[in-house]
Design a protein around this ligand. Structure first.
Ligand code: FES
Length: 101
């Protein structure tokens, strides 16, 4: 078995699940939000933020749902236009984590 240290300090899981009844995060714009944040993380976070398209987080009626680690927080009622606010929060989380190390 091999292992290596992960580069990411913050991981964001955004639900992109699609349900038959369309009451899901995908239909509320999760794909566009995820694409936007993935691009930002790749271009500007130097690999320290990882954005992951996830399955259902069990908050369908409150979607878009998003979970962040290591903060262990779940966000609900996220809107597809919340990208800038999320980026700001992720930058603050990164700064906080780096100050601890
Ligand atoms: S469909 Fe997103 S939390 Fe269930």
């Amino acid at each position: 078995m091999k292992n290596e240290k992960m580069k990411s300090l913050v991981e964001v899981y955004i639900c992109n699940f699609q349900r038959e009844d369309s009451q899901d995060c995908f239909n509320k714009g999760a794909k566009d939000l995820t694409d936007q944040l993935k691009k930002w993380a790749k271009d500007e976070s130097n690999g320290e933020v990882k954005v992951i398209r996830s399955g259902c987080l069990g908050k369908c009626s409150e979607g878009i749902a998003m979970a962040c680690y290591p903060q262990k927080k779940i966000f609900t009622e996220v809107k597809k236009d919340d990208g800038e606010e999320i980026k700001k929060g992720l930058k603050e989380a990164l700064a906080e984590i780096k100050n601890l190390h």
